[in-house]
Design a protein around this ligand. Sequence first.
Ligand code: R5P
Length: 297
Amino acid sequence: MADAEGNKIAKEYHLDTPVAANGFYVKGMNHTGWGMKNRFSKLFNPKTGNTVMLAFDHGYIMGATAGLERLDLAIDPLVEQVDVLMGTRGALRSCINPITNKGICLRATHDSSVLFDDMSTGVGFGLDMEDALRMNADCIAMQCFVGGAGEARSLEVLCRAVDAGEKYGVPVMAVTAVGKEMARTNQYFMLATRMLAELGAHTIKTYYCEGFEKIVAACPVPIVIAGGKKVPELDALEMAYRGISDGARGVDMGRNIFQSESPIGMATAIGKIVHEQYTAKEAYELFLDIKNSVSKD
Ligand code: R5P
């Protein structure tokens, strides 16, 4: 039984210190619950508000992808350089060391494979939210096909994922999927990002484009930019720099990291842009230093 007598008297009420307002640092998330905020703190670095996500979920539509032939070998060396690991539950369970303290963004849709012209036709919710909790996911990622033949189904799947996310306190990242037939215009991304946020997505992954600062301004939740196909390292760093300068809260990048001549160099350089305001040129010089020092070893 608890002691009722002999306890120290409570007296340190700090009456001259106002209680903190507890405003939350992630855009649009001030009115969510504690669990969701805690998960957000694993996704977006509380010191900078930004994130570097390493995407290695390509196999769920592309099969074995260049640079990811052996997930067990490809990802482990990069984990320390990034904030969040984005993968499928199959990849995480089989190939990623569970002692990691990194945020986990779990791929949660199944979509048509790259064999189909319109990937939107095969979209569905690929897991149960309880399994996402068993995986200790900090976020689930939903591919969303605004403008595709499967748009209605895709948005229905997103809405059910948001219901589950709200129920369990798990943020939902909506990914604007651009099919082969869709133009990557700023009008398209303005439409898609705003729609997905209004349908309840807690954060959005989309492509960088001209006029990006307006897309960010019109989106009530944080946007992270997608990487896309492999391009020269300086080009990828410039895209990341422009995205962050225009208000993106991070980068979710795959092929431009793991298909680089120096994946560790790229992951490190991207982190400097995202968290330490490096310019693209400064980050590229760092990339070259790392690449050259490793090749001399
Ligand atoms: C994007 O829509 C998917 O999540 C991809 O599987 C992945 O994130 C793409 O990464 P990246 O385009 O940077 O290789």
